[in-house]
Design a binder for this molecule. Structure first.
Ligand SMILES: N[C@@H](CCC(=O)N[C@@H](CS)C(=O)NCC(=O)O)C(=O)O
Length: 224
């Protein structure tokens, strides 16, 4: 099995966390998305999306981090993707919500918009307006994550047990650290994120990402 990935990538980090936490052997190939390697012929010919991660398992090529997490959890029979119909439906619901609601507005609308030149809008005014809109949306979703999905008691997103939604969600939320967000305004998110960061493999899997976070300390950003 081989994972094409980049260690700083939001969508690659949860897959690498699942692999590390469960001691699953998997070759890794870094696709240097920061240097444009995902646009090179070699990678485009196997993944025209030009995105990471992508998993190769024999004749299977799988994109979409959420699908990869589910595939690996099923393949290795992991308890983090429950088999019970209703419990699994709740994990799927959470992952879809994270992917389509929070990640879109927070990741693309706020964080990437401020970090990556290819996310810049046509004029300064349009760019600032897009970020302000993303910020407003992201704050709404983060408040809902804090109040509704987590609330004061749940240690994990889907209840008392860690699930693949936590691997995914922790990556999506922690990208905010890249622009200096500390989530102090969201006590339940802070508490939950600390639970996921306490996983034995978190530090190692996220060390490159943490380096990027440290490099941005002191820079000005629009935050949530
Ligand atoms: N929906 C995809 C998103 C993948 C994605 O956005 N990958 C980013 C890194 S986190 C990427 O490859 N970006 C390259 C680019 O934007 O040029 C997934 O969940 O796997």
């Amino acid at each position: 099995m081989k994972l094409y990935m980049h260690p700083v990538s939001t969508a690659s980090r949860p897959v690498r966390l699942l692999l590390a936490e469960n001691g699953i052997e998997c070759d890794e190939e870094v696709v240097d998305i920061l240097q444009g390697a995902h646009h090179g012929e070699a990678y485009v010919s196997i993944n025209p999306n030009r995105l990471v991660p992508m998993l190769e398992d024999g004749d299977l090529r799988l994109t979409e981090s959420s699908a990869i997490l589910k595939y690996l959890a099923d393949k290795y029979d992991l308890p983090s993707y429950p088999k019970d119909l209703k419990q699994r439906a709740k994990v799927n619901e959470m992952m879809d919500w994270l992917n389509t609601q929070l990640y879109q507005s927070f990741g693309y609308g706020v964080v990437y918009a401020q970090l990556f030149p290819h996310h810049r809008r046509r004029s300064d005014e349009a760019h600032a307006g897009a970020i302000a809109w993303g910020q407003q949306q992201a704050k709404n979703w983060l408040q809902i994550l804090d109040d509704h999905w987590l609330g004061p008691d749940k240690p994990y997103l889907c209840g008392d047990q860690l699930t693949i939604a936590d691997y995914f969600g922790a990556s999506v939320v922690s990208i905010g650290e890249w622009i200096g967000c500390d989530f102090a305004a969201y006590p339940n998110i802070s508490r939950w994120l600390a639970n996921i960061k306490a996983l034995p493999s978190w530090g190692k899997v996220n060390e490159v990402f943490d380096g990027f976070v440290a490099a941005n300390k002191g820079r000005e950003f629009v935050r949530v």
